[in-house]
Design a protein around this ligand. Structure first.
Ligand code: SAM
Length: 400
């Protein structure tokens, strides 16, 4: 017993040294209601006193003085370990640091048994962005404009694109890589290039880990950590080279200046979501597709009528799907409304896809839209995306 206590004290001391060597983001006090379980944590662990594994894992790591980012890195590193995939080193994901944290706790059989369960299998990959938001959550919410897209929405949006072999698909503000990984799943081993960028280095690391766990060997991955509103290595490398963009840009961040040619900025739209359209225009090839979330106000408000007129001059409208309030409720506790906009960069000779323009309203997206929502199993967005595909509205550059 004494030997065990001494060992735990030594590990706690080691943990505090580890924390001092890097930035640590701790969680605020949290009360976790049973209905608030994280995906991937909703398992009952036999032999663990607490029936709530979220609590068990937090409490377990906290015994060693480990919280927040450290716990997330340990979970992510364990997922990589469990995948037994071949990896040649990560550029952004702090794998070594995650392993160091794991090393402090895996002698603890209770923690090890939880990790073995939650970090195994293909579902664990999809949970990584959710775990990131949970364990690094405070930092995430304080930085505005950072709402992760739920996987169900990302999957349907990817389904609206012509995912042909050899395509270059990009998310210029990739966050946790949900769009890229959902597209990679749909591509199912088909050769392609997946390009992600985010201004937040740790998020690029998360995308790197997620794509490592999702992609097949023929799916090349390229990651950047650039400000997308400035010219830099990312824009320089992919300007007019991208076939398809899937994105959810930061909403409503004020921009004082931009480092790329932006007609919308010059027209007086100095916000991140509006200028993002010009960023995508810069990246896409002629005929390239953009499927992205934008604030509902851009689609309907009179303040944006000149923006919409400009968009009609440069892009062909393929479709708009309005989403219900609460799409980001579970990931960011916000009721900000967003719509899916599908545009295609005009070409000199070709017109819009032969299937015509689609307009639809999706009242459900397969997740709870508020804390009382009991209809979360229903997903009308998925049906809409399937119908759009079946009607031939999803055409590649070569199809029309
Ligand atoms: C709304 S989140 C979406 C993340 C991810 N695409 C998703 O859908 O889950 C917006 C992302 O934009 C990133 N971001 C904010 N400003 C940026 C900038 N100037 N350049 C590149 N990325 C930026 C944030 O770090 C955040 O990850």
């Amino acid at each position: 017993m004494n030997a065990r206590k001494t060992k735990q004290a030594a590990k706690r001391k080691e943990a505090s040294c580890l924390r001092e060597s890097g930035a640590v983001y701790t969680l605020g006090r949290r009360t976790t209601a049973p209905s608030d379980l994280l995906p991937g944590f909703d398992l009952i662990i036999p032999g663990v006193p607490q029936s709530d594994p979220t609590y068990a894992i937090e409490a377990g790591f906290r015994r060693y003085g480990l919280e927040g980012e450290d716990v997330f890195l340990a979970l992510a590193a364990r997922c990589v370990q469990e995948s037994r995939g071949r990896h040649n080193g990560f550029e952004f994901f702090q794998y070594e640091r995650g392993l160091q944290v794991l090393d402090l706790v895996t002698h603890d059989r209770q923690i090890d048994s939880i990790l073995a369960r939650v970090c195994l299998g293909s579902d664990a990959v999809g949970h990584l962005p959710v775990w990131y938001q949970y364990f690094v959550g405070r930092r995430f919410r304080e930085g505005s404009g950072k709402f992760f897209t739920p996987r169900t929405v990302a999957r349907s949006m990817a389904n609206l694109l012509p995912l042909d072999a050899g395509l270059t698909l990009c998310d210029p503000t990739c966050g946790g890589g949900t769009f890229l990984s959902e597209a990679a799943r749909l591509l199912n081993g088909t050769p392609c290039e997946l390009v992600g960028n985010d201004v937040d280095r740790m998020l690029v690391g998360l995308t790197e880990a997620v794509l490592f766990l999702t992609c097949g060997g023929t799916q090349k991955r390229h990651l950047f950590c650039n400000n997308v509103y400035d010219r830099g290595p990312f824009l320089d490398a992919y300007s007019k080279r991208v076939d398809c963009i899937l994105a959810n840009p930061p909403f409503s961040l004020p921009l004082d200046s931009v480092g790329l040619r932006s007609t919308l900025f010059n027209m007086g739209y100095h916000n991140s979501d509006a200028v993002f359209l010009d960023v995508c225009f810069e990246l896409l090839k002629e005929g390239g597709h953009l499927v992205c979330l934008l604030p509902h106000s851009i689609v309907v408000n009179v303040d944006y009528s000149e923006l919409r007129a400009h968009v009609e001059r440069e892009w062909d409208l393929c479709g708009i799907i309005t989403l219900p309030e609460g799409v980001f409720y579970m990931t960011a506790r916000t009721t900000t409304r967003a719509d899916i906009i599908h545009l295609r960069k005009k070409t000199a000779t070709k017109t819009a896809a032969s299937g015509g323009i689609y307009f639809a309203n999706a009242p459900t997206v397969g997740i709870p839209l508020n804390s009382r929502d009991t209809m979360s199993g229903s997903n009308s967005l998925e049906d809409i995306a399937a119908t759009v595909r079946a009607r031939g509205c999803v055409a590649g550059a070569a199809d029309s």
